[in-house]
Design a protein around this ligand. Structure first.
Ligand SMILES: Cc1cc2nc3c(=O)[nH]c(=O)nc-3n(C[C@H](O)[C@H](O)[C@H](O)COP(=O)(O)O)c2cc1C
Length: 312
């Protein structure tokens, strides 16, 4: 009769063999069952319950943030789920992000009174309950009808910083007022100065006190999971999406309303480094914050470079 230790060792070996198996890597063997098509590699979903009958039924049941993703897959149309779940090129960036996070370790402190934990942090002079920030995510009404306003309400409850995407489904005014405190605005500056200027002015008027400029989308992006799932979506999407040109695609978005989009050829600007010093703001005061994370810090407005980890 093999000992407990022997059994544990051979189980470990078997799991190691499975982890290296191309069958598992193809996503079909364990992870994807119950969902078609099995278009994602096994990580980072492999540690989330993927069987439809094991999905959490309420947020309270979640033991890991990844418990939400398969629920999203079940409830959200395939194309929208594909947008949410997609990384770029072989999902390399997505995996790199996950692996990056694994390098962080929580350092437990023993025999220390932790009955009162203070995770509060100050970002650009504003105090938040924790350093957990809502990163800009575009088009949130594709996941829930209340979109970014619902996220703002959640951010308010937890006192989190919210960064609103240029590709928001709802106007900055509604989101800012739902958050009840100044938020940041994420800017895709585009190749047209007038677009960047109008958006930043609008964000400022709505109470935003910082702008995060996304700089890693110039070359477009190969959102593989999105491109694989989109053709499986049988709905007529033309009511919301017009993909005939970049201009028509952007015209439907809340933050591009009322702006002249003629000549728009790129969501990003190759001149952003120069532009950042000219973006509007009543109390401009240049101040370096870090060499890499930011170029300049402009009084009420902080222009910091933002790389999404999802672009090429
Ligand atoms: C569905 C989705 C939409 C996103 N939309 C934007 C966006 O509009 N603007 C932006 O700067 N970053 C966008 N991002 C990038 C995120 O803000 C974030 O930088 C990226 O997901 C890396 O963080 P993560 O490892 O927590 O996913 C998006 C990411 C996802 C997954």
């Amino acid at each position: 009769m093999p000992s407990f230790a022997d059994r544990a060792a051979s189980r470990r070996k078997f799991l190691q063999f499975l982890a290296g198996s191309p069958l598992l890597a193809a996503g079909g063997a364990f992870a994807g069952e119950g969902f078609t098509p099995g278009s994602k590699l096994s990580d980072p979903l492999m540690w989330a319950p993927m069987r439809a009958d094991q999905l959490i039924k309420s947020p309270k049941e979640a033991v890991n943030v990844f418990d939400f993703e398969p629920v999203c897959r079940q409830n959200v149309p395939p194309a929208h789920f594909g947008y949410m779940a997609s990384g770029i090129d072989d999902e390399v960036t997505l995996r790199a992000n996950r692996e990056g996070f694994l390098k962080f370790q929580l350092r437990p402190r023993r025999l220390v009174d932790v009955s009162k934990v203070d995770m509060s942090t100050e970002i650009l002079g504003v105090k938040y309950a924790s350093p957990i920030v809502l990163a800009p995510v575009g088009g949130q009404r594709s996941f829930h009808d209340e979109g970014e306003v619902a996220s703002a309400r959640a951010a308010k409850v937890g006192n989190h910083l919210q960064i609103l995407s240029t590709a928001t489904s709802l106007g900055v005014e509604d989101v800012s007022s739902a958050r009840g405190q100044p938020i940041w605005y994420q800017l895709y500056a585009t190749n047209k100065w007038e677009v960047a200027e109008t958006m930043v002015k609008r964000a400022e008027k709505a109470g935003c006190y910082a702008v995060a400029v996304t700089v890693d989308r110039s070359g477009g992006r190969n959102q593989e999971t999105l491109f694989r799932l989109r053709p499986t979506d049988t709905r007529d999407c033309s009511g919301c999406h017009d993909r005939s040109s970049l201009q028509s695609s952007m015209r439907t978005r809340a933050m591009y309303q009322g702006i002249d989009l003629s000549g728009l050829t790129n969501t990003q600007s190759s001149r952003i480094k120069t532009w950042m010093h000219c973006l509007p703001g009543p109390r401009l005061k240049a101040r370096k914050i870090t060499t890499e994370a930011a170029y300049s810090f402009l009084g009420w407005i902080c222009c910091c470079c933002w790389t999404t980890g999802r672009a090429s």
